[in-house]
Design a protein around this ligand. Structure first.
Ligand code: NDP
Ligand code: 2IT
Length: 445
């Protein structure tokens, strides 16, 4: 009852925050049993506190475009939970950004970061600024204005933002430059930095590599080798690129990419360096389309369509939230998909996830499967604190170890709580217990 009451109260207070309510509902469904059995959770109002961000910062971001006209966007930073460490999470620049999306991402991040085993709380930020078609000078002007407000709220031991959709090394550079200028300190306040100014090797690839390490562990539990497997992925951004790169190294065959314009099907596979590097070119071009891949490599392009109807063994959505719905899930099921792992945050709709779980398809939620990005950010923070740089091999080995641990923790927790094989319950229970136990230890704050 307690769980349902808190959820109802939250939904009636924020009925318009749909994405946020969906992510809270998913966590609460998984933990219902343990909550009802542990009276301390209710006594100390853990659920009421865990859904309330510690701080919401929303601010004006004025900047000038290339024609000298003044533009205004809204900036956000949601500092959700700092029970386990300083606030940590990415910044998203996309026209769809609003407070509900920021809150759901920050809430998810809190649990994702708990799973990594590293000392990081949860946060998210960004702006409804649309980088599409903007010049370099406009991006810089926007980033400098954004940081001119954000700098007073963050710090290497307080809140450490990073990249997400629309924010890569270039944007992190402009943000870091402005922070350094305003604070007169060179500190690890952002992750995803360039390699010459405090960044970590492997961070650009880390989210994609991590998803593949996780999916590989899922296959191993079934005694299946990843070599030769057919993989459908969506998106063509940072996460998609890292995923394709690692899968090709492991001799699996990625046959699709997608963008807002449609998807491409490359039956021979995106396996050689020329094709993989072309993803970076498409991203830099800022054109927002994958059609040019089809033109360049003479493969088929399906305008306005999603890739989930293509027969595959693994499906890895890497674009954005709610991009794989019940119809797509049915297609995948019909084509006998073995593993679905979320590279993006909440790309599968609630009913799609239910379908996978009810049909015993191995399904990994983003908060577990895509934790490689923030894990590597945690490794970047450690290197910054120690003022040293680890080799590529060392960072990659640590990343792989973290992903295997997350997999095994989710697996073991699901088993322990009578939900064997269910990674959603495993991830939610494991992460919730860690965050809520810490909150209990820290008192009513
Ligand atoms: P990028 O900006 O590099 O790529 C995002 C991709 O998704 C682009 O192809 C983009 O096209 C597409 N996309 C974004 N929003 C929409 C939309 N509303 N409709 C259709 N397509 C869309 O971002 P990332 O690769 O970094 O992020 C992809 C996903 O992975 C996100 O869900 C992000 O939260 C998640 N993630 C990222 C991590 C990281 O470290 N970067 C870590 C963990 C998760 P368009 O140009 O139109 O935006
Ligand atoms: O969603 C995510 O985990 C990220 N965008 C990465 C966050 C980070 O702090 O590296």
């Amino acid at each position: 009852m307690y769980v349902k009451n808190v959820l109802n109260e939250l939904s009636s207070r924020y009925p318009w925050e749909k994405e946020f309510i969906v992510s809270v509902t998913e966590v609460f469904e998984s933990i219902e049993d343990i909550i009802e059995r542990g009276p301390a959770y209710k006594k100390y109002k853990i659920l009421e506190r865990i859904v309330e961000p510690e701080r919401i910062i929303s601010f004006r971001v004025p900047w000038r475009d290339d024609r000298g006209e003044v533009q205004v966007n809204t900036g956000y930073r949601i500092e959700f939970n700092s029970a386990l460490g300083p606030y940590k999470g990415g910044l998203r620049f996309h026209s769809s950004v609003n407070q509900s999306i920021m809150k759901f991402l920050a809430f998810e991040q809190t649990f994702k970061n708990a799973l990594t085993g590293l000392p990081m709380g949860g946060a998210k930020g960004g702006s409804n600024f649309n980088p599409r078609g903007k010049s370099d000078a406009e991006i810089m002007s926007f980033c400098q204005s954004f940081m001119s407000e954000l700098f007073r709220h963050i710090g290497a031991n307080t809140d450490i933002p990073a990249g997400d959709i629309g924010v890569g090394t270039r944007e992190i550079g402009y943000l870091f430059g402005q922070y350094k200028r305003l604070k007169n300190t060179f500190e690890g306040v952002l992750t995803g930095k360039g390699i010459n100014w405090g960044g970590s090797l492997v961070r650009p690839e880390a989210t994609g590599y991590g998803v593949v390490y996780f999916a590989n562990e899922m296959l191993k539990t079934k005694g299946i080798d990843i070599k030769g497997k057919i993989v459908a992925i969506s998106g063509f951004g940072n996460v998609a690129w890292g995923t394709v790169k690692k899968l090709s190294e492991l001799s699996a065959r990625v046959v699709t990419l997608s963008g807002p314009d449609g998807f491409i099907h490359d039956p021979e596979g995106i396996t050689d360096e020329e094709k993989i590097n072309y993803l970076l070119e498409m991203r830099i071009s800022g054109k927002d389309e994958v059609k040019s891949y089809a033109d360049k490599f003479k493969v088929k392009f399906y305008p306005g369509k999603k890739p989930w109807g293509i027969k595959c063994d693994l499906a890895i959505p890497c674009a954005t939230q709610n991009e794989l719905d019940i119809n797509d899930a049915n297609e995948l099921l019909k084509n006998k998909v073995i593993v679905v792992a979320e590279g993006a945050n909440l790309p599968c709709t609630q009913d799609a996830v239910k379908l996978f779980r009810n049909n015993k398809i191995s399904f990994a939620p983003g908060k577990a499967a895509n934790a490689g990005g923030v894990s590597c950010s945690g490794l970047e923070m450690s290197q910054n604190s120690m003022r040293i740089s680890w080799s590529r091999a060392e960072v990659d080995a640590r990343l792989q170890e973290i992903m295997i641990n997350i997999h095994n923790d989710c697996w073991a927790t699901a088993h322990e709580f009578g939900k064997a094989g269910d990674y959603v319950d495993g991830a939610n229970i494991k992460a919730f217990k860690k965050v809520s136990d810490a909150m209990m230890d820290l008192g009513i704050v």
